[in-house]
Design a protein around this ligand. Structure first.
Ligand SMILES: [Zn+2]
Length: 309
């Protein structure tokens, strides 16, 4: 059986949350049973690896499991499954959100739109010097979420939270994130970092979209979050993931800042396999959603990490 893959190709997978039975409009959650099945497939077909091992030769394709953002369920749900199988995971943590009551803005937005009063048919958001009005409720909630999210992405994180506060006050509704979507507390973060199966990585202070921000602002954000994670964990933080991670979410200043801060790798969400020639500060990743074991195996085949039968 021929393995149709470039020699030395590796795969970096991107997960967010391990949770079950929760509202998940952004498709961030994989159930514990399915995550366990994914890890079993990974162990069967590849060499479960850390980012530090990526450049080392391996007979089987290296597969790195990563998590973005720093949700509490990474500790409660993902770690026991990874530890039981001896499979390493890397968790990219947004340092400034540790222990935060308001959590991540996209989870607040999800609550806000879910509790929108029926009389409200649009939302007004700041845009450039003025404002933009976005119609709501004409289609699915998911489409509303995507269009509002797209506009908010252009703003700084503190401004996004201010907008959500203002809209929730105007509508007389809640914009608190769902309880299940809370970030790690600082003490949970320390527990996570202490697991032998876990490598902690940086993900900025506040999950800002870096692209286009002044170079110094990017650098301050990246360096101060690295220092905070190192202070809390007592470990060197050597790996980074760009928030959002697509071509439109970071620029050359971000890459320079990450490299000069001393990060050995930086992961994007630009899809691809990580071959031996990949730039260590622009590593491609593959997003994983709540796929069945069979669907996950089909993905591995499609990415040419395992032979097609
Ligand atoms: Zn993220």
């Amino acid at each position: 059986m021929r393995i149709d893959m470039k020699s030395g190709d590796s795969l970096i997978l991107c997960y967010h949350r391990i949770a079950e039975g929760v509202d998940d409009p952004f498709k961030l959650c994989v159930t514990p049973a399915r995550f366990a099945a994914h890890l079993d497939e990974i162990a069967q077909h590849g060499e479960p690896s850390t980012l530090a091992e990526l450049s080392l030769p391996s007979l089987r394709p290296r597969i790195v499991v990563t998590f973005d953002d720093g949700y509490a369920d990474n500790l409660s749900n993902a770690v026991p499954i990874a530890e039981a199988r001896g499979i390493p995971i890397t968790v990219f943590v947004t340092s400034g959100v540790l222990g935060s009551d308001i959590g991540f803005w996209w989870d607040r937005l999800s609550t806000l739109l879910r509790s929108r009063p029926p009389s409200i048919s649009e939302i007004t958001l700041p845009a450039g010097e003025g404002t933009v009005r976005i119609g709501l409720g004409s289609s699915s909630r998911k489409r509303d979420l995507q269009s509002v999210r797209r506009h908010l992405l252009a703003l700084r994180v503190t401004e996004i939270h201010r907008v959500l506060d203002a809209v929730s006050e105007q509508w007389g509704t809640s914009a608190a994130p769902p309880a299940d979507a809370r970030p790690l507390t600082p003490s949970e973060f320390v527990q996570l970092a202490d697991s032998e199966m876990v490598t902690i990585g940086g993900h900025t202070l506040d999950h800002v979209r870096l692209r286009g921000l002044p170079a110094l602002e990017q650098k301050d954000n990246i360096v101060s979050s690295k220092e905070e994670l190192e202070r809390l964990s007592g470990q060197a933080i050597l790996h980074f993931a760009y928030p959002f991670g697509g071509h439109d979410s970071f620029d050359d200043h971000s890459v320079d800042a990450v490299r000069s801060a001393g990060f050995e790798t930086a992961s994007t969400t630009i899809p691809g396999n990580a071959g031996p020639t990949a730039d260590p500060h622009r590593l491609p990743r593959r997003m994983v959603v709540n796929w069945s074991r069979l669907r996950f195996k089909v993905a591995l085949e499609r990415w040419r990490l395992v032979p097609h039968h």
